[in-house]
Design a protein around this ligand. Structure first.
Ligand SMILES: [Zn+2]
Length: 402
């Protein structure tokens, strides 16, 4: 205990832990980049993770000087370049001829802030609705429009070209990737999801397991009886829906009993590793980061991500530790460290609803992650948090400011 507290003091005084803030372009442009930079500077924040390509969103903006809400379709916040193949981002229509990214790049260079790209990949309902041939396909053959399938070569090219475009158009210090994986799930909002059947973790996972032409063909090439794997998934989901199979059955245990489906999943994990190799080759100077743990970092494999293997192609992971206590945040951080094949682990913190409701808890989480060795924390998010919560961040970072 004695040693622990000395070590802790040493970390507090000598730390070079960095602090970043996620932000939307409208947060910066409505308030003014300089004004935001001044405020963040006073808080000890030196980096902006700026949304550049994003899923559809309806925001509530408690301290925005121009509005209280903003809706955006899935879109890019810049006008994409020429170097795309079959699929390109759709620029946000409310920008008009403006280019939000360009405006911010221009204005931010006079501030102390460095700029990172917060980049959403496969979760894109607009592209999914426009191009159902690119989406995940349920074991029943239904397109899941919220997610593009990374096994599809056109999607792979899109993800690669998107990263290359961002890398070349702005002096990003970091390009951070969100949902560059087999995104699935029944509750991410905006589609007014109607699930009045308890699928549980197992049913939800199997329902989101992609059986598109490319996933099936990759698995067939690996010698897997795809038709049989798909039928197994269907009958299990139907049995869960009928109440004839335990929806809370552990996914890992179920897979141990169904090795053909486990093998099918392994193929897409290899596919995603090759996609990350492609992404790494598209970046010249920026550091490449990948967000893990939206649904628990231990479940990364359920999105096709082998963190040990992907560590060869990214500079760091940001573990999304939107937790309500120091202990659970540190636990997520440690789990990510254990899984990450030596990659550096940064952490994301949500000092607001629904995770954190008081200043002390936020300070405890920040201290816990710092003491666990996090070299950098990102806070979620500038425009969404009330002013009061921004003060919590400033106070929590105070021991780490030089
Ligand atoms: Zn697929």
């Amino acid at each position: 205990m004695e040693y622990q507290s000395i070590k802790s003091v040493a970390q507090h005084t000598l730390t070079d832990m960095k602090a970043a803030m996620w932000a939307y372009p409208w947060d910066l442009l409505d308030e003014g980049v300089n004004t935001v930079a001044d405020q963040l500077g006073a808080m000890g924040v030196t980096e902006i993770n700026l949304a550049t390509n994003y899923h559809s969103v309806q925001t509530f903006l408690p301290h925005n000087p121009e509005r209280r809400t903003f809706f955006a379709h899935a879109s890019s916040y810049f006008h994409p370049g020429e170097d795309y193949d079959d699929v390109a981002p759709i620029p946000n229509e409310t920008m008009g001829d403006n280019d939000w990214l360009e405006q911010i790049v221009e204005q931010i260079q006079d501030t102390h802030l460095s700029l990172n790209s917060w980049t959403v990949g496969c979760h894109n309902s607009r592209l999914g609705m426009k191009r159902p041939d690119l989406t995940l396909e349920s074991p029943y053959g239904d397109p899941l429009v919220f997610g593009l399938c990374p096994s599809n070569p056109a999607v792979q090219a899109y993800l690669r070209n998107l990263v290359a475009d961002l890398d070349s158009r702005a002096p990003f210090e970091r390009i951070e990737l969100e949902t560059f994986d087999y995104f699935y799930g029944t509750g991410f909002g905006w589609h007014h999801e109607k699930y009045h059947t308890r699928l549980g973790a197992l049913g939800e996972f199997l329902f989101g397991l992609c059986f598109c032409d490319h996933c099936r063909s990759n698995a067939a090439d690996a010698g897997i009886d795809v038709a049989s794997a798909r039928e197994t998934c269907r009958t299990t989901i139907d049995a869960i829906a009928d109440g004839n199979f335990d929806s809370e059955r552990s996914v890992k245990e179920w897979l141990a009993d169904h090795p053909m489906v486990a093998d099918y999943i392994d193929v897409r994990t290899s596919t995603l590793t090759s996609v990350f190799r492609l992404l790494e080759s598209a970046v010249t100077d920026a550091e490449l980061g990948y967000y893990v743990g939206f649904f628990g970092v231990e479940r990364s494999w359920m999105h096709g991500a082998d963190l040990d293997a992907l560590a060869d192609f990214v500079d760091y992971y940001t573990v999304v530790a939107y937790e309500s206590s120091r202990d659970t945040a540190v636990e997520q951080y440690q789990t990510a460290t254990d899984l990450a094949g030596g990659a550096s682990i940064h952490a994301g913190v949500l000092p607001g609803h629904p995770a954190v409701h008081d200043e002390e808890t936020n300070s405890e989480i920040v201290r816990g992650l710092a003491d666990a060795g996090a070299p950098r924390l990102s806070f979620y998010n500038y425009g969404l948090l009330p002013e009061r919560n921004l003060t919590w961040i400033a106070n929590a970072l105070e021991p780490y400011s030089r």
